[in-house]
Ligand binder design. Structure first.
Ligand SMILES: [Zn+2]
Length: 96
Protein backbone atom coordinates (compact mmCIF):
# COMPACT_ATOMS: atom_id res chain seq x y z
CA UNK A 1 0.00 0.00 0.00
CA UNK A 2 1.11 3.62 0.36
CA UNK A 3 3.36 3.24 3.36
CA UNK A 4 5.85 5.82 2.08
CA UNK A 5 3.15 8.45 1.93
CA UNK A 6 1.84 7.57 5.39
CA UNK A 7 5.33 7.97 6.86
CA UNK A 8 5.57 11.42 5.36
CA UNK A 9 3.94 13.28 8.23
CA UNK A 10 4.76 14.91 11.55
CA UNK A 11 5.60 12.75 14.54
CA UNK A 12 5.87 13.53 18.27
CA UNK A 13 9.41 14.89 17.84
CA UNK A 14 8.34 17.43 15.25
CA UNK A 15 8.07 21.11 16.16
CA UNK A 16 4.73 22.83 15.64
CA UNK A 17 3.98 24.69 12.39
CA UNK A 18 4.12 27.92 14.39
CA UNK A 19 7.65 27.09 15.56
CA UNK A 20 8.71 26.24 12.01
CA UNK A 21 7.23 29.48 10.71
CA UNK A 22 8.98 31.52 13.41
CA UNK A 23 12.21 29.66 12.64
CA UNK A 24 11.92 30.61 8.97
CA UNK A 25 11.07 34.20 9.91
CA UNK A 26 14.17 34.32 12.15
CA UNK A 27 12.14 34.95 15.28
CA UNK A 28 13.50 32.19 17.53
CA UNK A 29 16.36 32.36 20.02
CA UNK A 30 19.67 30.75 19.05
CA UNK A 31 19.27 27.56 21.15
CA UNK A 32 15.87 26.90 19.57
CA UNK A 33 17.30 27.63 16.13
CA UNK A 34 20.00 24.97 16.66
CA UNK A 35 17.37 22.49 17.87
CA UNK A 36 15.21 23.05 14.80
CA UNK A 37 18.19 22.98 12.42
CA UNK A 38 19.12 19.53 13.76
CA UNK A 39 15.55 18.35 13.41
CA UNK A 40 15.12 19.67 9.86
CA UNK A 41 18.32 17.92 8.73
CA UNK A 42 16.73 14.61 9.81
CA UNK A 43 13.09 15.25 8.98
CA UNK A 44 11.97 15.57 5.37
CA UNK A 45 8.51 16.68 6.33
CA UNK A 46 9.62 19.67 8.41
CA UNK A 47 12.28 20.52 5.81
CA UNK A 48 9.60 20.73 3.12
CA UNK A 49 7.38 22.77 5.41
CA UNK A 50 10.25 25.25 5.87
CA UNK A 51 10.79 25.46 2.10
CA UNK A 52 7.08 26.20 1.70
CA UNK A 53 7.38 29.14 4.10
CA UNK A 54 10.48 30.29 2.20
CA UNK A 55 8.47 30.29 -1.04
CA UNK A 56 5.67 32.26 0.63
CA UNK A 57 8.18 34.80 1.90
CA UNK A 58 9.58 35.22 -1.62
CA UNK A 59 6.06 35.77 -2.94
CA UNK A 60 5.50 38.49 -0.35
CA UNK A 61 8.84 40.08 -1.21
CA UNK A 62 7.99 40.21 -4.92
CA UNK A 63 4.66 41.82 -4.08
CA UNK A 64 6.44 44.52 -2.11
CA UNK A 65 8.65 45.27 -5.11
CA UNK A 66 5.69 46.28 -7.27
CA UNK A 67 4.05 48.24 -4.44
CA UNK A 68 5.68 51.64 -5.23
CA UNK A 69 3.78 51.86 -8.54
CA UNK A 70 0.23 51.86 -7.07
CA UNK A 71 1.50 54.19 -4.33
CA UNK A 72 2.69 56.69 -6.95
CA UNK A 73 -0.68 56.47 -8.67
CA UNK A 74 -2.42 57.00 -5.33
CA UNK A 75 -0.29 60.10 -4.68
CA UNK A 76 -1.15 61.41 -8.15
CA UNK A 77 -4.87 60.80 -7.62
CA UNK A 78 -4.67 62.52 -4.25
CA UNK A 79 -2.92 65.53 -5.80
CA UNK A 80 -5.58 65.80 -8.50
CA UNK A 81 -8.39 65.45 -5.97
CA UNK A 82 -6.93 68.06 -3.64
CA UNK A 83 -6.61 70.36 -6.65
CA UNK A 84 -10.33 69.89 -7.31
CA UNK A 85 -11.09 70.50 -3.65
CA UNK A 86 -9.13 73.76 -3.68
CA UNK A 87 -11.13 74.99 -6.62
CA UNK A 88 -14.35 73.87 -4.96
CA UNK A 89 -15.24 71.59 -7.89
CA UNK A 90 -15.58 68.39 -5.90
CA UNK A 91 -17.51 70.01 -3.04
CA UNK A 92 -19.95 71.50 -5.53
CA UNK A 93 -20.48 68.09 -7.12
CA UNK A 94 -21.03 66.50 -3.72
CA UNK A 95 -23.71 69.06 -2.80
CA UNK A 96 -25.75 68.60 -5.99
ZN1 LIG B 1 9.72 16.93 11.68
Amino acid sequence: MHLMKKDFCKDVNCPSSEELFNFQAGQLNSSKVEELKNHISECDFCASEISLYTKLKRLEASRKKIAPMPLALFALAKAILSGYLERGILTQQLKS
